[in-house]
Design a protein around this ligand. Structure first.
Ligand code: GTP
Ligand code: MG
Length: 381
């Protein structure tokens, strides 16, 4: 699972990246601070099944904190995009190609309106302009890649839909486009108008979640009130607050479960006390800092993934070495048990016999459709 962070310069992409991964990266108010992509591990969180089963888990990857299981995903932070990036303006052009592997995108928007579309300081800039031009840039980039590839197919205008679908799938494999996406786009809008087709395909293959960053600033809160009805998926975020909370937790000053509130446990100096008080206000108003919510929302709601625990023994919930609930896989909703077996290991898929549901201990066939938080043992030859 790969999620790309996109947005204009100075919107706070690297701040979001740091907040999610805790990797030290360059952050500054100077536009185009990021010139080389940052890649790191972030986590999505689910209610772990360990509580329900009354066990303590030993995650091989990620971690489990207070009954929340944090599952690793890959996060990419690229350079700022400006209007015209797809034509090579700014430095955004080469970054677009870094996003080819992404399953989904999070657009970091500077909701405060204190920077313009090129990231320079200003006042009263309308973040809606930013939301729109960015989508437009991504669509145009997609359009150009598709147009370039179509040129490689002779007579594509005379091909039947099935043949065209297969050919496009082959040519666009680098864009992380699924056959099903091409099929839907061909069905819904056709390919006569290539711009429309590319736009629909982009929406399907690289959906964008909008993160309204800098919500700690009063200007951002005003814009949020104005835009939240129109942009139902707009999530209020303070990347800066999330960085501060994770740092404070590391220093042992607070208990903090990402995505939730925090409680103070250490002795604070005056500056720390004031800073945390301000963050408490934001969390009271908006529920959380929003960083974890963005990651969870894009993976589980927009991309429609579910989390499934494979185990080797449904009674002990362990792998062969005795580790409790060691793995959690992110798979697409609709995945069948046998497909899942192949994802774990091709040999397990080939030698698949049946599955066992850890909750009911019932036998499951290969075409059982997996559910979110299923715990399953796979029997194989
Ligand atoms: N108040 C506030 N400022 C923030 C927040 N997130 C980022 N900033 C500030 O915004 C400025 C730009 O942050 P970056 O994370 O470097 O932005 P970027 O989008 O990566 O910028 P480029 O790499 O230049 O494209 C910095 O001065 C940050 O401190 C936030 O949540 N609240
Ligand atoms: Mg940056």
């Amino acid at each position: 699972m790969i999620i790309g962070l996109v947005g204009k310069p100075s919107a706070g992409k690297s701040s979001f990246f740091k907040a999610a991964t805790m990797i030290e990266v360059a952050i500054s108010s100077i536009p185009f601070t990021t010139i080389k992509p940052n890649v790191g591990i972030a986590y999505v969180s689910i209610d772990c099944v360990c509580k329900e089963f009354g066990v303590k888990c030993n995650p091989r990857q990620g971690f489990c904190l207070n009954g929340k299981r944090f599952i690793p995903i890959k996060l990419i932070d690229v350079g700022g995009l400006i209007p015209g990036s797809h034509l090579g303006r700014g430095i955004g052009n080469k970054f677009l190609d870094e996003l080819r592997q992404a399953d989904g995108l999070i657009q970091i928007v500077d909701l405060s309106g204190l920077t313009d579309e090129e990231g320079k300081p200003t006042s009263n800039f309308d973040p809606e302009i930013e939301i729109k031009f960015l989508e437009d840039e991504i669509n145009k980039w997609f359009y150009e890649v598709i147009e370039r590839n179509l040129k490689k197919i002779r007579n594509w205008k005379r091909m039947d839909k099935n043949e065209l679908k297969n050919k496009l799938f082959e040519l666009l494999s680098g864009l992380q486009v699924k056959k099903e996406h091409i099929e839907i786009a061909l069905e819904e809008v056709g390919i006569e108008n290539l711009e429309e087709f590319s736009k629909r395909l982009r929406e399907l293959a690289k959906p964008i979640l909008i993160c309204g960053n800098k919500i700690d600033l009063k200007e951002a809160q005003k814009n949020y009130e104005r835009l939240k009805e129109k942009y139902k998926n707009l999530i209020p975020v303070s990347a800066e607050a999330e960085i501060a909370l994770k740092k404070a937790a590391k220093l042992g000053l607070i208990n903090y479960l990402p995505g939730n509130g925090f409680e103070i446990k250490g002795i604070l100096n005056e500056a720390q006390r004031k800073g945390l008080e301000k963050i408490k206000e934001i969390i009271k108003k908006f529920g959380s800092t929003g960083v974890q919510e963005c990651l969870n929302k894009i993976v589980f709601e927009i991309l429609n993934f579910i989390a499934v625990y494979p185990v080797a023994d449904v009674n002990k919930l362990t792998d062969k070495k005795g580790n409790v609930l060691p793995d959690v896989f992110l798979v697409e909703k609709g995945t069948k048990l046998k497909e899942f077996a192949f994802k774990i290991h091709s040999e397990i898929g080939e030698k698949f016999i049946a599955g066992i549901d850890a909750r009911t201990k019932r036998k499951l066939s290969g075409d059982y459709e997996l559910k979110h938080r299923d715990v399953i043992e796979i029997k194989h030859r």
